[in-house]
Design a protein around this ligand. Sequence first.
Ligand SMILES: [Zn+2]
Length: 511
Amino acid sequence: MGQEPVVRTLQNAITGGQVRQAYLFAGPRGTGKTSLARILAKALNCEQGPTATPCKVCHACQTIAAGTSLDVVEMDAASQRGIDDIREIRERVVLQPAEGRYKVYILDEAHQLTDAAWNALLKLIEEPPPHLVFVFCTTDLGKVLPTVRSRCQTFVFSRPRLPELVRVLRWVADGEEIDVPDQALALVARAARGAYRDAVSTLDQLTAATGGAVTVQSVLQLLGAVEEEALFRICDLVVDQDTAGALTFVEDLAEQGQDLGRLVTDLLEHLRHLMLVQHMGEVPETLPVTEETREKLREQANQLGEATVLRLCDLLAVAVEDMRQGGDPRLPLELALVKVTRPAADLSRESMAFRLEQLETRGPAHVSAVAVDRTVAVPEPPTNEPPPLKPSLELEQLQEAWQRTVLPVVEEKSVPTAAVLRSARPARLAEDTLTLEFPAAASFHRNLAEEPKNATLLQDALYEVTGRRLGLAFATGEDDEERPAADEAPLDEEGVLELMKDTFDAKEVEE
Ligand SMILES: [Zn+2]
């Protein structure tokens, strides 16, 4: 199943009497290489044969299926006995098949044979006695010696797509009278990552564990996998910028015994799918998803901006790194969700760039309710300029970024320059020119800031943070009291509490 081109070619060879004596089956593990080799052996040795449709009931067919046929020898080249096995073959080739027409040797993991073993085999492959058929199976075609490859007919087995895997699982389930919904089969198939063998053996385990009635829940339990639905739900909450909702949802999943490490890796996989859809404009055929999921992926890829997907991937990478070091993924996962749903709470420089990018790439149509206010405030770029080239920038954002991001960037290059600029604040932004306002008492600072060396440093820093080359203008504030106090003034206790509540959904538990 799932290897139709290979099967067709072999069928034609059998019916046309053109069977070769050395085949090389190459392909990922679990795609049916040795299974097909056994079927080929049956086809050749069946009492009704050689036939493309072995009867499955004659003695030859049955012993081959049971692995007891004297004419079919399976060997694992990865085992220590590799070279001994080859010697044995060479000693026995003179013997005729016990009952069938052919002696079939199936060598698994053939790429692991030593050069010595291959050399011992080469002569046999070159001039094989007429009753001998070799099937070499390998997961690594590149490691098979060219001299061997040139003497074999090579078939490349492809990894099955999800629907094909589901079809096989359905066929097995119906044949074995296993009661299982399609949704559960899709989950099993997804976890098998393109290996028929893994998919079937997972189904086997599930059947044993559940007494023949497999449910979605039991699959999730066995695999520790996260239901696709949950991944879509988390991303929907991100679209809605619903921080509390996202955190509560993670809490619920943890309560239900969901492995949060698995959640992180599955979420990353889901984001990867969204990213592929966003950049390829279509759901790639190779993605292991069902038709229904395909549609949902398309929709979500539209709602969740490219910048958000990349940002969340970055943030989750931290959680993965933590897990590698044996850490708990929970906090980094929650932090990632807070940061991505509430960019304003994220003080890092990457976040500033992310917010600008978001404003730039997300059309208002895709912006969720919470974000709309902010987007509306974006000044329309002057019509004589092509808008997509520059991130649109708003004064409010620059003011917000001033202390947190811009000044630290300046400080990295020059501490005195940063000190001079600390008393200023962005007051106006128009026509690509930023006006910095200094308090009346700080005219000394203002004069220093205007010096070309300092002004250039600031322009570079602004460019680094915003991606825009801004002109600078300097002004002196009319009255110090006009300055909003909240911006730079240290927060009092009440203010800190408010910030905690606002940023982390903190609650006061004690006065
Ligand atoms: Zn038969």
